[in-house]
Ligand binder design. Structure first.
Ligand SMILES: [Zn+2]
Ligand SMILES: [Zn+2]
Length: 172
């Protein structure tokens, strides 16, 4: 998404609003493709004299895969960002140790900021619901919808010892 700053660039102190929508964006994350939809971007751009300061908000839907039961689900994500863009080749480009954002001509491209922000909004282990029971480690059935009888065999070995102990006790 691009913001056109040809007018804004002329007047120091001037602020302009912007908004836009990206229908969909696919981002590859550690080999997994994540699709974002309905990406709404809005905010203000201010001419600070030596750069364009942008404060914005991004809202989107992410198509995720549950890390426990592998079911696909959608997640609403949003984030705020603040960046100052400096015109390439102009004086006043300040490096504060971080990334210096630059733009060429009269266009500021927000794609990088949107992409980086969207990646950060994603949870490390997305869950389709907070209490997802996941898949049975033995037969692979979805424990949210099905019951199986393999769970006792999949018990922690320390608990299995206890189970034998109770068996012994019951005999007497
Ligand atoms: Zn799940
Ligand atoms: Zn099972």
């Amino acid at each position: 998404m691009k913001i056109y700053v040809s007018e804004l660039r002329k007047t120091k102190g001037r602020t302009e609003q912007f908004s836009g929508n990206i229908p969909s964006l696919s981002i590859e994350l550690q080999g997994i493709e994540v699709n974002f939809r309905d990406i709404d971007v809005s905010g203000n751009a201010t001419n600070t004299g030596n750069g364009i300061y942008i404060k914005g908000k991004v809202k989107a839907m992410a198509d995720c895969t549950c890390s426990l039961c592998l079911a696909p689900f959608s997640l609403e994500v949003q984030f705020l960002f603040e960046e100052t863009y400096y015109r390439q080749g102009e004086q006043g480009v300040q490096s504060s140790g971080g990334i210096v954002r630059t733009y060429q001509g009269d266009e500021i491209d927000l794609s990088d900021v949107i992409r980086e922000g969207l990646i950060l909004t994603l949870p490390m282990k997305p869950l389709c619901r907070p209490d997802c029971k996941g898949l049975c480690p033995v037969c692979g059935c979805d424990l949210n919808y099905q019951h199986c009888s393999c769970l006792p065999q999949a018990l922690d070995p320390r608990l299995a010892v206890l189970k034998d102990f109770f068996k012994e006790t019951n005999k007497n």
